[in-house]
Design a binder for this molecule. Sequence first.
Ligand SMILES: C[S@@+](CC[C@H](N)C(=O)[O-])C[C@H]1O[C@@H](n2cnc3c(N)ncnc32)[C@H](O)[C@@H]1O
Length: 272
Amino acid sequence: MKRKPDARDFFVNTYPINAYPNPWDYVVDDYDIRSKSRRLWIKDEIYAELVKIKNQFDGYNCNTILDVGCGAGTLSILLADEFRVHSLDFSRTMLERLKTRAKELKKDVAAMINADNQKIPFKSNSFDSALCKFALWPVPNPEETIKEMVRVTKSNGRIIVIEVDRTNGYELNLRSKFGYRIYKVLKKFVRVRKWKKQKILHDDEAWKIIRETTKNNPKINLSFTKQVLTSCGCEITAVDTSVKSKINGIIGKLCGGQCGGHNYFMVCAKKR
Ligand SMILES: C[S@@+](CC[C@H](N)C(=O)[O-])C[C@H]1O[C@@H](n2cnc3c(N)ncnc32)[C@H](O)[C@@H]1O
């Protein structure tokens, strides 16, 4: 039976043969620090504060940070005043947006690296800290990403992971489903003209592909992250499971936060 064409066909037909079809390129607006709708969901500066606190530790001067899976740089940009930030992402479009925003906001991001976070192209012991916010779940082998983060961090340096607990799959609770529906209608209303004009794939289709290909990675949870970090010889120095309640904006509160009823966690570890 002939399969109904879906979002996947868009990529196959659009990209040259053998080029990597990267759906993340199409959701860049959702990760833009200047996106108006983003502010309704979350307060990025609170994430930045949490990371700053964890990177100011006794007897250790944190100077260089690697932001792993940085997206369009919501964290990189906010940390750039105090640290030398290197930002790594698989999506060139995300990095291009980061470059544009950093220039506009006069923020000095030290370097942007287009690479796979499961194979970080830096020598061992290169950074004082490596952080990863919501960029473990998209990869097939998140344990490799954590190992790589530990490898490129100097001894006594910090590794920080902020993620969503995906243990129980990705079913949204009722409140979130309702909130998301309203948000989607509003978003379509605002963006549909832009999509039509540019003849581009809209982000709902790209999200569909991301969800299908990652299966929302049920591997990612607090105990998995702690276990991989300790198996790499790190000491867990802090765990925070109340992140979500701190960072929600108005719509975030209404919908029970991004990612529906799922909780977030933040783990901070010291490389011995
Ligand atoms: C959910 S977004 C998080 C972005 C950013 N850390 C934030 O919190 O705003 C996930 C990011 O991981 C990136 N990504 C996905 N797979 C990757 C890989 N294998 N290596 C590096 N980055 C990857 C995507 O391009 C995307 O920018």
